[in-house]
Structures are given as C-alpha cells and as structure tokens.
Design a protein around this ligand. Sequence first.
Ligand code: BEZ
Length: 233
Amino acid sequence: MEEMNVMPRIGELAPEFEAVTTQGKINFPGDFKGKWVILFSHPADFTPVCTTEFMAFGKMAAEYEALNCQLVGLSIDGLYSHIAWLRTIKDKIDYKGMKNIEIKFPLIEDVSMNVAKLYGMVQPGESKTQAVRAVFFIDPKGVIRTILYYPLSLGRNFDEIKRILIGLRTVDNFGVALPADWQPGDEVIVPTAGSCGVAKERMEDNTGELTCYDWFFCTRKLSKEDVESKLSE
Ligand code: BEZ
C-alpha cells in the first residue's frame, strides 16, 4: 500500500523538527519565534528552475529581512551538494541581470526525506524522490497561515510570495480582508457585520468612509503608507 503522509494544514502549528542547514543546525520553528518564516522546498540542487528561484529569492533577501521574515529552504540533497550549488550560483551564474547572488538564509539538507514528508512536500504522483515546490508561510506564533504547492516544472512567482506575506500581515494589523489582486494602497474589505439588519444600516453609512456594493460587501480606504508603517514591526 502507498505510504500516506498527513499534510500540515492552514491554522495548525507548524510541525517541529531539527535539521542541519548551510547555516548550521536549526530547531524549527522554535529558533525563529517572533518572526514570520517562509519555509520552502525545491526539487533538487544543480537544476535550472531551482537555480532561477534561488537567485530570485536571494536578490530579494533584504526585502524579506525588512519584513521581519526569515527564509528557510529545503531539498532532498546533502549538505555538500547544497554548499557546492550555492557557490556555483554565486561565482558563475549571470541570469537576467542577477549575478554574484549569495544565499545567506539556511538551506536544509534532507537526504532522509524526514522533513519533506512531515510537511507533505513529497507528492509521489509528481515525484517519489524529489520534493515539489512547496511554500509554507508561518506566523510569529508558529501557526501555518498559507500554503502553496507548485509542480516540478513551474517556477514560483516571487512577487506573489511577497504579496502574500504583506497581505497576511495587513490582515493581522488592521483586522480587514483583502480582495482579489490586492496590492498595498488598494481598498480593503471591512468584516461583515453580524446580522443582515446591522449590515443594512452600515450600507447607509454617511461618514463617507465606506463603499458598500451590497449588504455583505463593504470596503474602506487603507493607504499604502499606513500598510507600510506596520510592516517593520
Ligand atoms: C528544475 O529545477 O529545473 C527542475 C527540477 C526537477 C524537475 C524539473 C525541473
């Protein structure tokens, strides 16, 4: 019978593990308490799509640091392979204007696949020997807030990953919800009032602060400056 892995889910505590990384041993997620963490997997070192992804993340590293977010990578390769691959990226790869990219965030070695299995990153229909491209967004309390899974052959969108992080933080900071394709500075959705009667009253709001499209759907302005003022905390 096919081995079944229980996959972590949104709203659950991130499963704990210890691992060896390119930056030394880590206790996950305990070592990063108080920070946002993006734990992401890639299929293999010395492969082209993964190389472009690491360069994209490496180039944005300062932006994630400014967002109080720790990046942690993982693949089912050993430490010496990771070190050699990251050195090759830094010393040799000049891609789309990105060069001399040094990866300073930890990259987990997971030859045993223990961590990859714990996080549902091995999806045998796609590959039995490589992790898919998973992304776990974990908040400062260690709770999983968003999960993305991409197949082996499709590189991720790193602007979207940053948008998700800023979006989750804005949801927490302002108690709002965010509409499709939201970007900082766009209108935000105010929580639905408890009952239809209250909501109808809200539609008649004459403070000019709300725009209501129907009784269940009201938005308000939230400036880019206000969003950004809370992001370095
Ligand atoms: C890549 O990163 O290029 C890749 C890795 C595994 C399968 C297909 C592509």
